[in-house]
Design a protein around this ligand. Sequence first.
Ligand code: CUA
Length: 326
Amino acid sequence: GAMAGAVGLLSAVGMIGCRGTQSALDPAGPAAAGVLSLFWWMLGGGVLIWLAVAGLALYAIVIERPQHEPTATRWWVIGGGVVAPTVILTVLLIYGLQLIPPLVRDAPPGSLTVEVDGVRWWWRVRYLTPDGPVETANEIRLPVDEPVQFLLRSDDVIHSFWIPALGGKMDMIPGRENRLALTADRAGTFRGACAEYCGASHALMNFDVQTLPRQEFDAWLAAQRAPAVEPETELGAAGARLFLQSGCGACHAVRGTAADGGVGPDLTHLGGRRTIGAGMLPNDVEALRRWIRDVDELKPDVDMPAFDHLSEEELRAIAVYLKGLK
Ligand code: CUA
């Protein structure tokens, strides 16, 4: 009956991936932990109310009491219909309200500041440092145990920035800048997603998040700031020439080369990213080759044109060049 139902519900919730890189049930920071505890309290409150209602319904159906006192019914209605919901909802409201201020508070001045632009369907990521901005795409790395200030923007439609393991989501709205402060309290690899429907490839708009000890983070950021490395192989060098001849540099920047486009993702250190296509495919030569040949086949409605007029060897050379941009 009611008890078996409750147990079934709880174990079903338990089975929906408590662990994982994109789980709000496995928090890696205080903001996410607050949201999770609110979730458990609301679930608990909901289960209690459901048990009471289901119990009363069973009582009414199974146990017939034609001659019972009308005053008893009145007290059930007042207690179960007015007093209990008022008390439970008030407690949940107060608990929920006191969780909000830390979630919306800015990181202290001087904190690492990361500007993220939602673009259909990828993420432009800019680290705003005292030594100037450092741009990357579809990948965010953060130092552990430090508050990070995100500045969230969009130039096209509304997107929503969400790293479930680290905290609450925040919309990215054209024409304004939303702010979100997050802290990671352990090192790990997580996944972020766009949480607002934004068109054909909304479901393919994800990103990688890695939280690192401060020293490793500093080394990574310094490497990101540096211009692109020279191709190591002849094939890579041929790919670099083809990349420029094919006009890729009109949309993509590879810092240190003639490619300085700002429309698409910055590719200066593409080879060091875990995935391509905003969390879609593993970052390897084969995936890069397919991506360049006809991106629409993989990710509908993307602005990037197909380059299927290039031969397979030419496509491969460009892919080898890009994979070498560590
Ligand atoms: Cu961007 Cu959904």
